[in-house]
Ligand binder design. Structure first.
Ligand code: CUA
Length: 327
């Protein structure tokens, strides 16, 4: 009991912090709600079948249990009964029919929604192992932490840079595969502000488990402010860290708008510090974690595409200092 209370307390405290408790049973957007209601229907039909079958088994076990000396006579056999056979053919067909129709209805109402002039568009690109978010209208580019406004439809255009991934934020919508050479689409209309967690839901290689999504649902005002800040270029500082960054391998893969760094294989770092985690939600952004990462990314996230020559401690310190200025 005490363990249970502790567990409930723990999940409540985590939930207070952010909506870290991923649950399809607490839907906060239209697609997730429709899918939640459908799953309740499926669950209740399956629960009823379970109850009937289990009840009959228990009844038979009790009613026909062995009560005395063994007899070898066969019990009466039932066969050739048209009524019974029709019943147990028709009933399952009806159940499957109802479930199929209900599922098709939910699927098509979600799929058929088209963007309107007021919808936000975000291009989502799955990479091994991080998420890129591009806002075609505002030209904002960011990674792993997706900002959208509450109460408005956001269409997510899903593409992959390499292998099959799957985009899933349980409280917003079901999973949608992210497939190379194909454009899939999903939409969300979050009703509450807050941070919602999601993850890649299709095995995509060694670090599949470290391909997390943080969805930040802002108020419309906060979202406009965030967009305005993200559109700005970074300021050149001429610091030692900036020089090391721009002269090193970093610029082969990373973009810092406003500086001569326009690599596009890795996350855009222009406003790196506006995010709270890095490594696709793997680690909180702290000086300690950044130093660990820069010293040996492979030791932190084995298999990451960030393969670099070892940096001196002095360069690591300077670069971390520089990264901290990218607000
Ligand atoms: Cu990407 Cu699993």
């Amino acid at each position: 009991m005490r363990f249970l209370a502790a567990l409930v307390g723990l999940s409540a405290s985590v939930q207070a912090q952010e909506h870290a408790f991923q649950s399809i049973f607490r839907p906060l957007a239209t697609p997730a709600r429709a899918e939640y209601e459908l799953s309740l229907l499926v669950l209740s039909i399956c629960a009823a079948i379970f109850a009937v079958v289990t009840g009959l088994i228990i009844y038979v076990i009790v009613r026909f249990r062995d009560r005395g000396p063994i007899t070898h006579a066969e019990p009466p056999q039932v066969y050739g009964s048209n009524q019974v056979e029709i019943a147990w053919t028709i009933i399952p067909i009806l159940i499957v029919f109802v479930l199929t129709l209900a599922t098709a209805r939910v699927t098509s109402t979600i799929q058929d929604r088209e963007p309107t002039a007021s919808s936000l568009q975000v291009n989502v690109i799955g990479h091994q192992w991080w998420w890129e978010f591009r806002y075609p209208d505002s030209k904002v580019v960011t990674a792993n932490e997706l900002h959208v406004p509450a109460g408005r439809m956001t269409f997510l255009n899903l593409q992959s840079a390499d292998v099959v991934h799957s985009f899933w934020i349980p409280q917003m919508s079901g999973k949608t595969d992210v497939i190379p050479g194909r454009k899939n689409r999903m939409w969300i209309d979050p009703r509450e502000t807050g941070v919602f967690l999601g993850n890649c839901a299709e095995y995509c290689g060694a670090q599949h488990a470290h391909m997390l999504i943080r969805l930040v649902v802002d108020t419309p005002e906060e979202f406009d402010k965030w967009t305005a800040a993200q559109r700005k270029n970074a300021q050149m500082t001429n610091s030692a860290g900036e020089t090391a960054f721009l002269n090193g391998q970093c610029v082969d893969c990373h973009t810092v708008r406003g500086a001569p760094a326009s690599g596009d294989a890795g996350p855009d770092l222009t406003h790196f510090m506006s995010r709270s985690t890095f490594g696709s939600g793997m680690l909180p952004i702290t000086i300690e974690n950044l130093k660990r990462w820069l010293k040996d990314p492979q030791a932190v996230k084995s298999g990451t595409k960030m393969i670099i020559d070892p940096l001196s401690d002095k360069d690591v310190d300077a670069m971390v200092e520089y990264l901290m200025t990218l607000k």
